[in-house]
Design a protein around this ligand. Structure first.
Ligand SMILES: Nc1ncnc2c1ncn2[C@@H]1O[C@H](COP(=O)(O)OP(=O)(O)OP(=O)(O)O)[C@@H](O)[C@H]1O
Ligand SMILES: [Mg+2]
Length: 221
């Protein structure tokens, strides 16, 4: 369960260029939901997703993941939550160009104490889940946009997180590849994961069980 209570985010607080990107956001998302977040460019979608992913801070309000108040966590505990509970697919894939697909998927396992052979097996399983096992040893900057997106998803799911957050996962893809990627998210959701997708694409949003619209840093719908 995800709960945001009166979350406000101000970039550059205290400076002349201070900007309030989120205004007192209240939001509850139950386990196993499939949610789309929509809204115009600059509305605050990525900001909200980054806060949900525990990779960005906020100026006021409370964020609970399950029963954990995120604000009170040490860096170590926060890293643990990010690593175990959350899988994030960034707006621009954020793959390491000169790493292979497999090496990219392995990144979240860097801190795991498992044997390398076990880690590799886990990564190959994740790559298989997104239909990319044949490309495991391909350098990631030589993959197509859709293939990169799949590798980014494999990396997000390799630790079997309960929450998957995706920022415009189909933004750069043609409509056929987009619907394939959406099928992938739906199957992850069918397997019981919470999936939250930021999108501009109404075709994607319509396939989610709940749509949240955000405008000027406020949830309006
Ligand atoms: N690091 C930052 N410093 C200052 N302002 C920022 C920063 N990141 C985002 N903003 C501002 O906060 C607002 C919300 O940005 P955000 O990236 O969340 O929008 P978005 O809804 O994801 O837009 P898009 O659809 O274009 O990705 C925008 O006005 C943006 O200019
Ligand atoms: Mg964005």
């Amino acid at each position: 369960m995800i709960q945001l209570h009166q979350i406000s985010k101000i970039y550059n607080q205290g400076k002349t260029n201070a900007f309030q990107a989120l205004h007192k956001i209240d939001l509850k998302i139950a386990d196993g939901e499939l949610v789309a977040i929509i809204g115009t460019s600059g509305a605050g979608k990525s900001t909200l997703l980054h806060i949900l992913a525990c990779i960005d801070s906020y100026e006021s309000g409370e964020y609970y993941i399950d029963d954990t108040l995120v604000k009170n966590c040490s860096e170590k505990k926060l890293a643990q939550i990010r690593n175990k509970k959350i899988g994030m697919v960034m707006q621009d894939f954020a793959l390491v160009d000169d790493f292979s697909a497999l090496q990219n998927v392995m990144l979240p396992l860097d801190f795991s104490k498992s044997k390398v052979s076990e880690k590799k097996e886990k990564c190959l399983k994740a790559l298989q889940a997104v239909g990319m096992e044949k490309f495991a040893h391909h350098q990631s900057n030589k993959l197509s946009g859709g293939q990169k997106q799949r590798v980014a998803i494999a990396r997000a799911i390799v630790n079997e997180p309960s929450i998957i957050l995706a920022d415009e996962p189909t933004g750069a893809l043609d409509s056929k590849t987009s619907s394939e990627i959406m099928e992938l998210f739906k199957s992850l959701n069918d397997a019981g994961r919470t999936v939250i997708i930021v999108t501009h694409d109404m075709k994607i949003a319509q396939q989610c069980k709940r749509v949240i619209r955000i405008e000027d840093g406020k949830i309006v719908d």
